[in-house]
Design a protein around this ligand. Structure first.
Ligand code: NAP
Length: 340
C-alpha cells in the first residue's frame, strides 16, 4: 500500500517527538489519527497542522484504564500502522509509581490488547522506548560501560518507587519488555519495532510550542538560554539525538523492511553542556554579555559516561544523524524568533 492509501495511528500526538513524526507522515502523504488527552488538545493540534482532513484525533484520556484504546481502534478499521509514543516523561512526582510507571506499562499492555482484539489488520507497531531501557541504572555511576542493542536495563519494577527518575527508567524497560514478550507469546499479526532514543534535542515543530518550560529534553538547551551572566552553568553529560532524526527513525521502523522488528538505538554522540554554551557564544555574539561563559569540557568525565555502540541501528536506518552544532543552531534560532 502506498502512503496515500495508508492510515497511521499515533498515541500521544501532542508530544514533542510525536508532532515531528506527524509532520513527516503528512509530508509523505499518510493519513494520521492521533490520540490526545482532551478535546481542547485535539483542536489545538488540528489548528497547528491545518492538514486538510489528513489528520484527525481521538480522545484517550487515560493510558492505564483497561480497554482505553478500544473505541479509537474500533472507529478506525482503516488503520494499519500503530506508533506508540505516549508515556509520562516527568522527573518530579509525589507518587512516581502511580504517575509514571503504571501509565507507561499499563498503557503499553492496553495498546497491545486492543490491537489484538480490535485491529488484527495492523501490520506494524513502532514503540518509543528509550536508552533508559538499555543502560544499566545500577552501573550508571561506574565509569566506562558500553551498551548496544542487545543490552537491557535490569532495573527492578519495585525500584520505581524510589523517585520519578527511577520510575521513568523502570517504566521504559518494563513497558518495552512487556511489548516484546507479548509478541513472543501471542504471535500477533504485526511486527514490533522499538526505538530507543538518547536525549532528544532540537526545535519544537511549531513556534507557538516554545513556552517558558518545555518537555524535559528540550529544556536542557532552553535552560541554558534563560541563564543570567553570573549564573552557575548546570553541568549535564549524556548522549543526544536530533528530534527530526528520531521522527524519521519511527517511520523507518515500519517502512524500511530491514528495521521492521528491530530494536534501534538513536544516538549521535555524547555532549556536555559547556560544549553547547560554547557553540552559542561563538555563533551568537548577542548572547556574549547575557549568558555565563563556557568552561573547558572535562573530556575524561565525558569518556567515562555510558557509551552507546549503535552501529547496527545506524546501518539498518541508513541515514546520517544530525550533529550537535546544527541542532543547537536550529534551537537557538527558534528561541530568538520566539523570545527575543
Ligand atoms: P512529551 O512531549 O512529554 O510527550 C509525551 C506524550 O505522552 C504527550 O502526548 C503526553 O500527553 C502523553 N502522555 C504523557 N503522560 C500521559 C498519561 N499519563 N496519559 C496519557 N498520555 C500521556 O515527551 P516526548 O519527549 O515527546 O516523549 C515521547 C516519547 O519518547 C515517550 O515515550 C518518551 O519516554 C520517549 N523518549 C523521549 C526522550 C526525550 O529525550 N525527549 C528520550 C527517549 C525516549 P500530554 O501532551 O497531554 O501531556
Amino acid at each position: 500500500m502506498t502512503p496515500s492509501e495508508t492510515t497511521v495511528f499515533i498515541s500521544g500526538a501532542t508530544g514533542f517527538i510525536a508532532k515531528h513524526i506527524i509532520d513527516q507522515l503528512l509530508s509523505k502523504g499518510y493519513t494520521v489519527v492521533g490520540t490526545v488527552r482532551s478535546i481542547d488538545k485535539g483542536e489545538k493540534l488540528l489548528k497547528q497542522f491545518n492538514a486538510n482532513g489528513k489528520l484527525s484525533y481521538e480522545v484517550v484520556s487515560s493510558l492505564d484504564k483497561p480497554g482505553t484504546f478500544d473505541d479509537a481502534l474500533i472507529k478506525h478499521p482503516e488503520v494499519t500502522i500503530f506508533l506508540h509514543t505516549a508515556s509520562p516523561v516527568t522527573f518530579s512526582s509525589e507518587d512516581p509509581v502511580r504517575d509514571v510507571f503504571i501509565p507507561a506499562v499499563e498503557g503499553t499492555r492496553n495498546a497491545m490488547n486492543s490491537i489484538r482484539k480490535h485491529a488484527p489488520q495492523i501490520t506494524n507497531v513502532v514503540m518509543t522506548s528509550s536508552v533508559a531501557a538499555v543502560i544499566n541504572t545500577y552501573n550508571i555511576e561506574v565509569p566506562g560501560f558500553q551498551y548496544n542493542e542487545n543490552c537491557w536495563n535490569p532495573i527492578l519494577a519495585k525500584d520505581a518507587a524510589k523517585s520519578a527518575a527511577w520510575a521513568y527508567k523502570a517504566s521504559k524497560v518494563h513497558a518495552e519488555l512487556l511489548a516484546r514478550n507479548f509478541v513472543e507469546e501471542e504471535k500477533p499479526n504485526f511486527k514490533l519495532t522499538t526505538i530507543c532514543p538518547s536525549l532528544v534535542f532540537g526545535p519544537q515543530l511549531f513556534d507557538d510550542d516554545v513556552i517558558e518550560t518545555m518537555n524535559f529534553s528540550a529544556e536542557v538547551i532552553n535552560t541554558l538560554l534563560k541563564l543570567k551572566k553570573d549564573d552557575e552553568l548546570p553541568i549535564k553529560y549524556s548522549s543526544y539525538i536530533d528530534v527530526r532524526d528520531t521522527a524519521r527513525a519511527h517511520i523507518a521502523g515500519f517502512e524500511n523492511e530491514k528495521c521492521q522488528g528491530a530494536r534501534l538505538i538513536l544516538s549521535e554522540d555524547k555532549f556536555e553542556t559547556n560544549e553547547i554554551m560554547k557553540l552559542i557564544h561563538d555563533n551568537y555574539p548577542q548572547f556574549n554579555d547575557k549568558l555565563p561563559k563556557p568552561r573547558d569540557i572535562d573530556h575524561e568525565k565525558l569518556k567515562a559516561i555510558p557509551t552507546l555502540i549503535n552501529v547496527t541501528s545506524k546501518e539498518l536506518l541508513g541515514f546520517e544523524f544530525t550533529k550537535l552544532d546544527k541542532i543547537v543552531f536550529d534551537t537557538v534560532d527558534q528561541f530568538i524568533r520566539c523570545k527575543c
